[in-house]
Design a protein around this ligand. Structure first.
Ligand SMILES: Nc1nc2c(ncn2[C@@H]2O[C@H](COP(=O)(O)OP(=O)(O)OP(=O)(O)O)[C@@H](O)[C@H]2O)c(=O)[nH]1
Ligand SMILES: [Mg+2]
Length: 193
């Protein structure tokens, strides 16, 4: 897909701040620090549009971006960051659940998992949740550049086993690996919507 325009629209801390617009939306979900904002910047070929950080828990709100005047990206806060308070963790669950159950324009969820680690309990929980709620999703195995070809193929095997039947794309924001495949999936989801 050729990205002709990409602009940050707003940050939403609760439902009342969501956009009300019929255009389809793609949500990016995954544990804190997995590379959501980096993946978005890589897809859009715009450095720094989505804020990235080496300290986890950077993205605290749902950040909306409008792409090609045609569809939205929603960058969700990461889950599973041990250092946040219980209250904040509960807030994450509430916000994500509200969003994932009620968002009518949600065309596709991109579930990011770190290719260097086994999927966590929360990764599995989110996956089950997407399946049960019949939300279309694709799994992106991030930071693929950090593994050798051998390690990556092992990791993909584990991920495939954990997320049975899911489409899985090895991705690297550093090298651009997986970018075209992910765009193809996003293109189909927005076209079908
Ligand atoms: N080598 C490598 N590093 C990456 C890649 N993607 C992200 N990173 C690094 O991982 C760290 C976290 O990336 P972010 O994109 O901020 O992660 P996030 O999931 O948005 O994090 P939160 O917003 O805190 O949930 C940063 O230091 C990135 O530079 C990748 O594909 N390869
Ligand atoms: Mg982020």
């Amino acid at each position: 897909m050729k990205v002709t325009s990409a602009e940050f629209i707003k940050s939403a801390f609760d439902r009342s701040h969501w956009l009300s617009d019929p255009r389809p939306e793609i949500a990016f979900l995954g544990r804190s620090n997995v590379g959501k904002s980096s993946l978005i910047n890589s897809l859009l070929a715009r450095r720094g549009l989505a804020r990235t950080s080496s300290s986890p828990g950077r993205t605290q709100s749902i950040n909306f971006f409008l792409i090609n005047d045609a569809f939205y990206f929603a960058d969700l806060p990461g889950y599973g960051y041990a250092k946040v308070s219980k209250a904040m963790r509960a807030d994450w669950g509430k916000m994500a659940e509200d969003y994932l159950t009620q968002r009518e324009t949600l065309a596709l969820c991109v579930h990011l998992v770190d290719s260097r680690h086994e999927p966590t309990a929360l990764d599995k929980q989110l996956n089950e949740w997407l399946v049960v709620n019949e939300r279309p999703f694709v799994v992106a195995a991030t930071k693929a550049d950090k593994l050798s070809a051998n390690e990556l193929s092992k990791s993909l095997k584990t991920i495939r086993k954990t997320f049975e039947g899911a489409e899985i794309i090895a991705f690297s924001a550093e090298t651009g690996r997986g970018r075209d495949d992910l765009w193809a999936t996003i293109g189909r989801a927005t076209a079908d919507f």
